[in-house]
Design a protein around this ligand. Structure first.
Ligand code: SF4
Length: 326
């Protein structure tokens, strides 16, 4: 591990000053400390923001659900408001990592976590994300767990977060505070596809701090859930996953929000699936037909061709779980 200095801040102004001076924010540290041990990350200064007052879950005046950036994953998963309004968020959190990690890691840190591509973590391998311009060892290496959607010739790594898939489905916003004040970035614009700059992963500016993630109020109550398919039942990342939220009234689907994980370089919203559902009556054939759109645009690699079919089946199964129907 490279030497670094550590400072703890007690208010947001102090944090922003330290961030502007080049400090790297740390809270739960469950990703960053690992990467520092492997010398993938070498921050000169760590700014511990764990004690900032960003640990509340609140329902806003407009009826949105605001989850503070420093709420621990386990706390968010168990929170009565999260469970009641958006079970898909709660389930995605509960299916993430391990109990120990969920007790440490924060919601803000979770969406900022870096890819689990093994080449990214191996400092002897070529990796454009870690070392821009060095190449991508995964393209012609072992790429079974890599992405089939949103890839580029420069990077094919998946985004590892589960809860980010739920946030993408529900069209959440990320609240940021920086030297120039506050702003909110729609979740769809917050995490960036690799393109030719895979080292740039979030639409976050120098020194900015995530203060909260907010799920907007949905005028119609949504029934929702998260399905994760993985090689083993615990402490494993998704091969595929599906976040589904539906509003069904009078036997007709009035609203549909669907996103997939484990397959995209970012959490992958599925608008074609959503369009195929709205205005239709739940049925086994509808779930299969809608899920058939899930892998549109997919570009498989040598070892991950199975993901195309697995993705469709994952989405179909979760539509059936949430939406019922014969
Ligand atoms: Fe690096 Fe991305 Fe290639 Fe993995 S897939 S080796 S993270 S450039």
């Amino acid at each position: 591990m490279h030497p670094f200095t550590y400072t703890r801040v007690s208010d947001t102004r102090e944090a922003l000053d330290a961030g502007r001076s080049g400090g790297r924010y740390i809270a739960g540290g469950t990703t960053l400390v690992d990467l520092m041990r492997e010398t993938v990350e070498r921050p000169g200064t760590l700014v511990d923001i764990s004690f900032l007052p960003l640990r509340e879950v609140t329902v806003t005046r407009r009826g949105g659900l605001r989850i503070g950036a420093l709420v621990r994953m386990a706390e968010a998963a168990a929170h009565p408001k999260v469970r009641a309004l958006h079970p898909v968020v709660s389930e995605a959190l509960e299916l993430s990592a391990s109990a120990q990690l969920r007790n440490m890691a924060t919601v803000g840190g979770n969406i900022m976590q870096r890819t689990r591509c093994t080449y990214f973590r191996d400092v002897t391998a070529a990796c454009n994300k870690r070392e821009p311009g060095s190449g991508c060892a995964a393209l012609h290496g072992f790429n079974r767990t890599h992405a089939i959607l949103g890839t580029s010739d420069h990077c094919v790594a998946t985004h590892p977060s589960d809860v980010a898939v739920a946030f993408a489905a529900l069209e959440a916003g990320v609240h940021l505070l920086g030297p120039d004040g506050e702003r909110t970035v729609p979740f769809a614009d917050f995490l960036l596809e690799p393109g030719s700059t895979p080292q740039r992963e979030q639409a976050i500016r120098h020194g900015e701090l995530i203060t909260a993630v907010e799920i907007p109020a949905h005028p119609r109550p949504l029934k929702s859930g998260y399905l994760k398919v993985r090689d083993r039942q615990s402490y494993e990342f998704a091969l595929t996953s599906a976040a589904v939220a539906l509003h069904i009234r009078g036997g007709v689907i009035r609203e549909a929000k669907v996103a997939a994980g484990g397959v995209g370089t970012v959490p992958w919203k599925l608008p074609a699936v959503e369009r195929a559902l709205i205005g239709e009556r739940p049925s086994a054939s509808l779930w299969a037909e809608a899920a058939g759109h899930a892998a549109e645009g997919a570009r498989a690699l040598t070892h991950n061709r199975f993901k195309t079919e697995l993705l469709k089946r994952t989405v179909e199964r979760q539509l059936r779980i949430v939406g019922g129907g014969k």
